[in-house]
Design a protein around this ligand. Structure first.
Ligand code: 76R
Length: 273
């Protein structure tokens, strides 16, 4: 019998796009062309910071990482994400950009604890199990803790971002997906305990991407001190869930860009609006 997956709750879809800028093409524009490009990017991130349909968009300057900017978008549907993606690409500013890394995922809360508990009371797969688990998921959905995970709002003073995709290993003797639900629940509880020691310093957004993109999760961390990224990721490497089962993709580290920062970043003060 296959191992029992944890029930999950999903919220906003997420698109992370790291891009490089064609600086030569930007500099080749005349002053009014540069002004128009700057105005467009400012306007886009100003209006999309909290769109009426829900979600948000933010831009970050990437330090190293082979990219200039990282755009992070959360939206209630794939359609809205896609519209936004196209709008950005079709803008004058977007014409100067080349994606180097894109990642599609959806905010996710894995209900390990609830799934384990329900599995102790009812046979997994039975109607009773499904009913009890759906009821627990309903309850969880109403808690502020889970709502924050599904509809994350980043504390304004956390200006730094760290984004990377990761997966859980499937190797002989090290297969996360073959572990029993009780064991995975224990490992995730330990993981959560480490995480909670960073409460107020790190804000994590976990997005699930199984079936959507190359890795299994996107990890987006926000902090007021970039060294807290190094501290938490180091500490977690020693937690069994990461030490034995974690596999990591490319890391991007960035600094939040406010709409009014663009002219100075682009050295286009003459284009300021
Ligand atoms: O208590 C809870 O409800 C949340 C417990 C919790 C879960 C289920 C939690 C807490 N995380 C969960 C899921 Mn997390 N997290 C990471 C990384 O670099 C590494 O080694 C791992 C990258 C960090 C830094 C981090 C931080 N977490 C997940 C998942 C999904 C796995 C699955 O479902 O199998 C991944 C991939 C993942 C990875 N985690 C926390 C944190 C922090 C700071 C917390 C505590 C914050 C909080 O309580 O909300």
């Amino acid at each position: 019998m296959s191992a029992l997956p944890p029930a999950t709750l999903e919220g906003w879809y997420a698109l992370h796009t790291a891009v490089v800028m064609d600086w030569r093409a930007f500099r080749a524009l005349d002053a009014s062309g540069r002004a128009a490009a700057v105005r467009e990017v400012q306007e886009l991130f100003r209006t999309q910071a909290s769109p009426s349909e829900g979600g948000w968009s933010a831009a970050f300057g990437v330090v190293g990482g082979g990219a200039d900017w990282l755009f992070v978008h959360f939206r209630p549907t794939l359609e809205r994400l896609n519209e936004l993606e196209l709008r950005l690409r079709q803008s004058r500013f977007g014409e100067l950009l080349q994606p180097v890394y894109e990642y599609l995922s959806v905010t996710e809360a894995g209900l390990y604890h609830a799934t384990s508990e329900v599995a102790r009371e009812a046979e997994p797969g039975s109607a009773e199990f499904e009913r009890a688990l759906a009821a627990r998921a309903e309850e969880e959905l109403r808690t502020p803790h889970i709502r924050t995970r599904l509809y994350p709002e980043v504390p304004a003073e956390m200006r730094y971002v760290s984004f990377y995709p990761m997966s859980k290993r499937r190797a002989p003797g090290q297969n996360w997906y073959a572990l029993g639900i009780e064991e995975r629940t224990r490992l995730m509880r330990d993981h959560g305990l480490t995480g909670r020691r960073y409460a107020g310093r790190i804000f994590q957004v976990i997005t699930g991407s199984i079936g959507l993109d190359d890795w299994e999760w996107g990890v987006t961390l926000f902090a007021r001190d970039p060294l807290d990224f190094k501290r938490i990721v180091t500490e977690m490497r020693y937690d069994e869930a990461s030490a034995v089962y974690g596999e990591f993709g490319r890391f991007f580290t960035g600094i939040r860009i406010s709409p009014e920062d663009w002219p100075a970043l682009l050295r286009a003060e003459d284009a300021a609006v």
